[in-house]
Design a protein around this ligand. Sequence first.
Ligand code: CDP
Ligand code: MG
Length: 719
Amino acid sequence: MTGFQEPPFKKVKNENGFSSDVSNDGQQCFKSNNGYIMKNNIQNGGPYSKQCAGTIGLEKSGATQNAGHMKKILKQRHSLPIFPARQKLLEELKKNDCVIVIGETGSGKTTQIPQYIHEERWDRKGTICITQPRRVAALSIAKRVAEEMNTNLGALVGYSVRFEESVSSATKLKYVTDGMLLREAISDPLLSKYSWIILDEAHERTVSTDVLFGIVKAAQSNRNCPDKDPLKVIIMSATMDVDHFSNYFNNAPVLYLEGRQHPIEMFYAKQKQDDYVLSTMSTVFQIHKESPAQHDILVFLTGQEEIDSVAHSIRQVAKDLSLAEFPKLRVHPLYAALPSHQQLDVFRETAPGERKVIISTNIAETSITIPGIKYVVDSGRVKIRSFNPSSGFDVLKVKKISQAQAWQRTGRAGREAAGYCYRGYTQEEFRAMALNPVPEILRSNLASVILQLLAVGVKNILNFDFIDKPSPDSVREAVEQLSVIGAIIASSDNLELTPAGRRMAQFPLEPRYAKAILCGPEHGCTDEVLTIVAVLASETIFVNPSGKKELAIRARQKFHSVEGDHITMLKIFRAFKSSKENKMWCHENFLNYRNLSYAVEVRRQLVQICQRCNIPVLSCQQNLEPVRRCLTAGLFTSVAELQIDGKYLTLSSKQECSIHPASVLFGGKPAYVLFTDLVHTGKAYMHINSIVDADWLYEVAPEYFRTRHIKKVCSAVGS
Ligand code: CDP
Ligand code: MG
């Protein structure tokens, strides 16, 4: 890709009402939901400046930064839009048990509000817990706040995300993923460790945040008695359906924090683009060539593979551009699965003569603020997981974003100065987009969350205080899935966890994987099942550099198992352990060292959970058939059967599907294939597969399969 298409954009007037934020008299302000505007003069910061400096002085233990650096940070903190409103905000927090705070991304909600509360010593009776939908946000924000407070991460400021934690008894500000807080509620529904719970990024409406709304609301009301410490709650968001939230939280006051949004010039595609990836890339170079300044570019695309490949192409093309003529391009991918050190790279300032291009998923929409962005290129697409009730599977699909998301993306260009936003879609396409995204709870598989709600003690799911109730059909479907794996017993109006279900809820995993682990002892192979589940919980362990794909596949051939991808992964993990977790060995075998190391850590933690639950961890050594039997016990609803015409149909819903070309089983025709995911890219592909035996299916779920007709088909290959 070297030549450029004609610029696909036309310019239109800034029509969204983005404008300079500062009100006429140069003051920042809060306004309440009844239209009352609470102005707060910048000079009226009150005693805060001194207090803040003093506070930072107090947190000297474990101090890591020099005085000059701290001064710079303090200056940055004081220049945030939230700072002048600090006093007003604290007054509202003092008066009310639950407050909703709305403010532009980057105004300082996530990093500052917990510090303000701490500076007032309002956390004496319990930690401040701040939830984030994404682990990368929890990690990077905790790191930033620790730096601002001049303390080591894991001391006063900590984080807790799935399989990774850095907290201590000194931790007062704890950034967690919403899923982690939900798990904590299982053993402590009153969330008694915390004096403040801040549910951040509420507009994202993840399933976990939605469920936490109900759990936190109940905990707050149950702690409202003389013998318990009260719980304060803050709901924070960049945008949201305010009335809906305020009504749900007993008419909680809404504080609008006016951010500093500079004017943004908008460009739309002149005509519909057939290939959004290609048009996104050509737009990046259009900007790069036409605007010699070094301002950075933020590009919104959809997923890891797409982003990595676009990053690679942009680097290739940039190499061909004359260095003298254009700034040097530094390309950074940004997605949730990126290793932490690479995630932190995107925050690093560009050197003189360089321009940064960040290619991100919707992660940079609201939860992460990257300084220095002047140009936003929006593909208008997002990858979302949604549940297909007719097939019974969650599928990851690239979809059009909503108008609310489009405006959030646009807003990233005007944080520090006037900016530009290039939309890879026409104005007509924009108008046809939904106004808001559909909350995840209305579109995904609810099996995990229902298991957790039962573990917390909620028996009647449909009566739970959901902000938006999931449909009875999707609840029924999830209840059926949980009963077929033996996690629950369903009676007419109540659901009861079985002892096995109670154990499954202990694992931070989808119930079907927990079930596979629970079957380990019976077959003497918990050790191997844990390994496979740990690898599945990590990001891909394979490295396939473009141009070297064949070489990579050949290098890994020696690990291939005729039994399928799961056993192949097991063999790789074992070899990695034999190599003494050697980085070079990974490199030679085109394996991802970090993701394998992460799997080692995940496995270690799963072993700990097994020990806590008295599940013996035995190994079956070289006879690996029992491992596939255990997987079948958990994943028997994800099995497809070979048809006479050579196609596969899923047993559960008779959906047509094929073996994914990346699977070691590709090209073969085993009679029954157990798959981990169904991936839809044009057609449905089974991803990460194992060969299973029809008899095992009857063995593990006789009731389930009695109603489903299984034909015996001979394997066309290898038999
Ligand atoms: O939560 P909200 O979007 O309102 O803002 P924030 O996450 O508290 O970020 C406030 C400011 O802190 C940003 O504008 C950045 O300037 C800075 N920040 C940073 O420099 N590095 C981070 N990892 C996070 C925030
Ligand atoms: Mg935030």
